[in-house]
Design a protein around this ligand. Structure first.
Ligand SMILES: Cc1ncc(COP(=O)(O)O)c(C=O)c1O
Length: 352
């Protein structure tokens, strides 16, 4: 049976959260003398001298409408990276508990675990880049608090088989975090609407990819009210700045524009794949449900440095397990993609 109390660290269960100045009154106020702000104003025209809403209610309301998820089931972090860090701090006892990751995958699950002194257990993906359920099951014990699943996965680009993920959700009593940073680029259905069925499910999404707002730093965690409440107790009071809240709110009015960009990026990904298929230097292009392509090339390191020399930065993943000689290439603008392809053609000519 899933039991959130059992999963939550004792010190967090007993924590008396910080009560911010803005938490301690309700109703309309005219004179704010409670938070030691600069009452004269700010060098900016906006009233940025005031602390922002610690609960980001307006922004959550708008996200709730766009995602069709209750506001109480939404947590906002300073990027998904803050959500990842907070999940460790809420649920994993340093030096005692463990979590499972499925490499090759997003690096912060491991880095954050190391920062929190939480043991990482690895169930590498199969050669098909799908989950190894048997290995996963063998790794879990009563101190396993989180299984991290990234779908579509970074850096491989594929989505995990839904039945496999459901198998884990149905049979594992710890938290299952599904990181859907790239879900907008995927034909697969999000797990968001499954929250009602799985009390152990946490879905991560972000404004950094499809929404094009990586600089703002807004990540979203969706989960049961109890899990969200726990994250809220632990987060720094004002973790999302006022300007960020305003800009994200504005962006949410432009869902149509974002959808158009997603369609365009997916088309460009497929077009780039078509061009890559004709380049002998590229030995394999892995199927992608994301806004990047993982490619296997001859001499990845050399090619990586060659591209760098031309001012083109891709991600060298050749040292990563199962990704020998692989580079990860983000889909760029038409012009970016052309510059890249031209450089690859030059490389081929020079290395004949
Ligand atoms: C799978 C995955 N999750 C999370 C993140 C981080 O997202 P954010 O910018 O919201 O911190 C990334 C960034 O590359 C990612 O690839």
């Amino acid at each position: 049976m899933f039991n959130l109390d059992r999963l939550t660290r004792e010190n967090i269960r007993n924590l008396i959260p910080y009560s911010s100045a803005r938490d301690e009154f309700s109703g309309e106020a005219k004179v704010f003398l409670d938070a030691n702000e600069n009452s004269l104003g700010s060098p900016l025209t906006k009233w940025y001298n005031r602390y922002p809403d610690p609960h980001q209610l307006k922004l959550k309301e708008a996200i709730s409408t766009v995602k069709a998820i209750d506001r109480e089931k939404i947590f906002l972090g300073n990027g998904s990276d803050e959500c990842i860090d907070l999940l460790y701090r809420c649920f994993c006892n340093p030096g005692k508990d463990n979590v499972i990751i499925c490499p090759p995958t997003y690096g912060m699950y491991e880095v954050s675990a190391n920062i929190s002194d939480v043991e990482i257990r690895k169930a590498p993906l199969l050669n098909s880049f799908q989950l190894d359920l048997v290995h996963l099951e063998n790794l879990t014990d009563e101190d396993t608090k989180i299984i991290w699943i990234c779908s579509p996965n970074n850096p491989t680009g594929n989505s995990m088989d839904r039945e496999d993920v459901e198998m884990i959700l149905n049979n594992y009593n710890g938290l299952v975090v599904i990181d859907e940073a790239y879900i907008n680029f995927s034909p697969q259905k999000s797990f968001l609407q499954e929250l009602a069925d799985y009390p152990n499910l946490v879905v991560l999404q972000t404004f950094s990819k499809a929404w094009g707002l990586a600089a703002l730093r807004v990540g979203m965690a969706f989960a049961s009210e109890e899990i969200i409440e726990t994250l809220n107790r632990v987060k720094p009071p004002y973790n999302i700045g006022q300007a960020t809240q305003e800009l994200a709110l504005k962006a949410l009015e432009e869902v149509g524009q974002v959808n158009d960009m997603v369609i365009e990026l997916v088309q460009m990904r497929e077009a780039l794949k078509g061009v890559f298929e004709k380049l002998p230097v590229i030995e394999k292009i892995y199927p992608s449900d994301a806004n990047f392509l993982l490619i296997k090339v001859k001499g990845a390191k050399k090619l990586y440095n060659y591209l760098l020399g031309k001012g083109i930065v891709v991600r060298d993943r050749s040292n990563v397990k199962l990704c020998d000689d692989c580079l990860r290439v983000t889909v760029g603008t038409e012009q970016d993609n052309t510059v890249l392809v031209d450089a690859l053609i030059d490389w081929q000519v020079e290395n004949k």
